[in-house]
Design a protein around this ligand. Sequence first.
Ligand SMILES: *Cc1c(COP(=O)(O)O)cnc(C)c1O
Length: 439
Amino acid sequence: MSIAQERRLVTAIPGPGSQERLDRKKAHVADGVGTTLPVFIVEAGGGVLVDVDGNHLIDLGSGIAVVSVGNAAPAVVRNVQEQVAAFTHTCFMVTPYDGYVDVCAALAELTPGDHAKKSALFNSGAEAVENAVKIARVATGKDAVAVFDHAYHGRTNLTMAMTAKNMPYKNGFGPFAGEVYRAPMSYPLRDGLTGEQAAARAIDVIEKQVGAANLACVVIEPIQGEGGFVVPAPGFLPALAAWARDNGVVFIADEIQTGFCRTGDWFASDDEGVVPDLVTTAKGIAGGLPLAGVTGRADLMDSVHVGGLGGTYGGNPVACAAALGAIEEMREGALDERAREIGTIMATRLGELAAVHDVIADIRGRGAMMAIELCRPGTTEPDAARTAAVAAHCHQQGVVVLTCGTWGNVFRFLPPLSISDELLQEAFDVVAEAFSATA
Ligand SMILES: *Cc1c(COP(=O)(O)O)cnc(C)c1O
């Protein structure tokens, strides 16, 4: 690793070099494209981001759960360099190449279940979700789509309709696609229900307000991402999947944020042995290059007419080479196990923090996907102001932390799986300091 694995602040955050570039951004980039931590990055790897001013920041975000194998991971760099020098694009729908088929074969092997599976590749998570819905509609001959409170599925028209939160994702961008219905999510902190009870509640809403006879698919994040890292109570996902199976409804797990070793398993559905009919993947799949997939039961995938699935860039050869490199890094580095170790460290540190700061109402997540929810002490009233203050302090001190949640009161911790224990501990020292400083 050529980048020193340490936090090193040589200027204020943002420093003068980033400040200057921020002015250029303001002049040339649409204001609608916001930034969480406005330092301009020149280099990154392991658990560190280096900015134009020479500051070394600790990364607890992985570019939103994307560079799980680390930035510029060796096998990704090697594969991309070889591929980019050989050819950059033919369009798989015009003249195919091995990388695309290799990624689909790997997806069949790695995703939950040992039934016959096939895949199709796309550019972004939202595009994968859209295509999963297209496939479910053709396969079932039905239209309706059931999603959940706090869900996040993307920013395209259909996926905006499927996403729960108005600001900033939907506000002013309608009208949205129709035939999308929202059911209550299992949210243990706020509903106190068992998984079975929460599933019965959701199924009742779906049956009464939509009807299984009209429902093509249920789409759910096994652990919710942007919506607040909500982990459903045990039993919720298996009960929903069983109901879908019994009622001719396609069960789609959106594993875009949870997939590829993030939660300590290859996929979050593995934890309770849930076998989805279709799985959507993106984010962690290709070490930072844009790639997404829909993988699932071969009979469902093959229900679409020839030419019905695709896109100019979907499964681009460079992105596929990167994915094969990322999967190699995950397999050889046993990064599912590493995610569990990271999860143990984070859970310990967050438990210590919650014992001291009663604003922390909940610690949840799995593996290297952990969160804390901040509420006014003794209540479940969200405390977004304190969350923002703690985040600002962490950023000033050179630790990249991300927030999320319907009420903006959740910290989500998504370190790259290539981070060292020392760096991770130091990052949580800073988080602890931030809680004390803002108390
Ligand atoms: C990020 C995300 C998406 C959208 O992916 P994009 O690549 O940003 O389009 C969809 N679903 C989940 C669960 C996500 O976390």
